[in-house]
Design a protein around this ligand. Structure first.
Ligand SMILES: [Zn+2]
Length: 359
């Protein structure tokens, strides 16, 4: 289907120029074809991964000398990680430490949600706050320069989200290592993290994202690739906020990193919001439609569209179209960038950045 001059997949709406995209004669993209071919296989592996996660949880709970915390959760105050806290606590009775990275752009409602949700669930919470001047420099770098990230990363997220995600992983991991916490949970949804998720889990036959069980044939060391570019630019100043690699030498203590939305949980946004509303979560009014916690998101999406030519959420959304949870029309609505929104101007002003600098 042609819209404007840009070709789009007839089924899922993915546009020409999206990393790795190809169209067949009928105008259907390779992502749609892959999805239909491997769906059955995915379901089988999901069952296997689910079993593995449950075994890990049970093993930790059965330990004779249990750590003060069974797990650390990378917590953002957004809807998915709020639900994850609720789920791990209510369903498994895990002893949880919630870890928040304050990237300087957390919405004030998200902060209220962090306080209310952890309080109501009786969960301890720690916040890491990298220095604001450093955060600003890192974000300006990601907004104004083309970082040499591979297409697999850029298919999933904007450069801004990538540099921030690296910090979320790094700071949460460092906390877990310090406190010897055996499990780490991350609230990615399958669409947010498609390429490195089931595909990689299939290869390594494990649901663990980072451990000495992740072998070298794992195709993409996201943690290293994201961190390297930032380290190259900012040197020692960023060292403590990033983690070196997702390949761990055996014998080194690292938590087992699990992405439970990929196997353990069925993703249903309506149900998630209903559930967390009961423990005091309130949808922020100051973020854009794509985020329930972060104010720099709009600007990051805008920059991504300028730099790469597509909206960074389109991969995730097209996946939902394939699953029948959304229509192509819904995608159009969801990927509108609100360039006149207060968050957009707020982020530019806070960073001391002019809009025309983003090319
Ligand atoms: Zn498609």
């Amino acid at each position: 289907m042609i819209q404007g001059t840009k070709k789009e997949c007839r089924k899922c709406g993915l546009p020409q120029g999206y990393p790795g995209i190809k169209f067949n004669r009928e105008g259907v993209c390779n992502y749609c074809i892959y999805f239909s071919l491997y769906r059955e296989r995915e379901n089988i592996i999901k069952e296997k991964l689910k079993k593995e996660i449950l075994e890990l949880i049970n093993r930790v709970k059965r330990k004779k000398y249990r750590n003060r915390y069974d797990c650390i959760v990378a917590y953002s105050g957004g809807k998915d990680s709020s639900y994850l806290l609720y789920y791990l606590k209510e369903k498994f009775g895990l002893r949880i430490l919630a870890h928040v990275l304050d990237n300087g752009f957390v919405s004030s409602q998200a902060f209220k949600n962090i306080k209310t949700v952890t309080h109501n669930l009786g969960i301890d919470c720690v916040i890491t706050r990298p220095p604001i001047p450093l955060l600003k420099k890192v974000f300006v770098y990601a907004l104004t320069e083309r970082i040499p990230y591979p297409k697999e990363i850029l298919a999933m997220m904007s450069q801004v989200c990538a540099v921030c995600l690296g910090m979320v992983f790094g700071t949460t991991l460092n906390n877990a290592i310090d406190k010897k916490i055996p499990l780490m949970f991350v609230g990615f949804t399958p669409g947010q993290y498609p390429a490195v998720s089931l595909e990689n889990f299939l290869k390594v036959r494990s649901c663990m994202f980072l451990s000495d069980k992740v072998y070298k044939d794992d195709p993409l060391d996201i943690i290293k690739i994201i961190g390297d570019s930032v380290r190259e630019r900012f040197g020692k100043r960023v060292e403590e906020f990033y983690f070196k690699s997702q390949y761990i030498s055996s014998g080194m203590f690292v938590p087992k990193v699990l992405l439970p939305f990929h196997a353990l949980l069925d993703y249903n946004e309506k149900e998630i919001i209903e559930t967390i509303s009961k423990i005091g979560w309130v949808r922020p009014r100051d973020t854009d439609a794509c985020s329930t916690n972060c104010l720099i998101n709009t600007l990051g999406n805008f920059a991504c569209k300028k730099q790469l030519g597509y909206h960074p959420y389109i991969g995730e959304l097209s996946h939902m179209v394939r699953e029948g949870k959304m229509s192509v029309k819904d995608i159009k609505e969801a990927t509108k960038i609100e360039v006149n929104s207060p968050t957009f101007f707020y982020s530019l002003e806070k960073l001391g950045l002019k809009r025309r600098k983003i090319r």
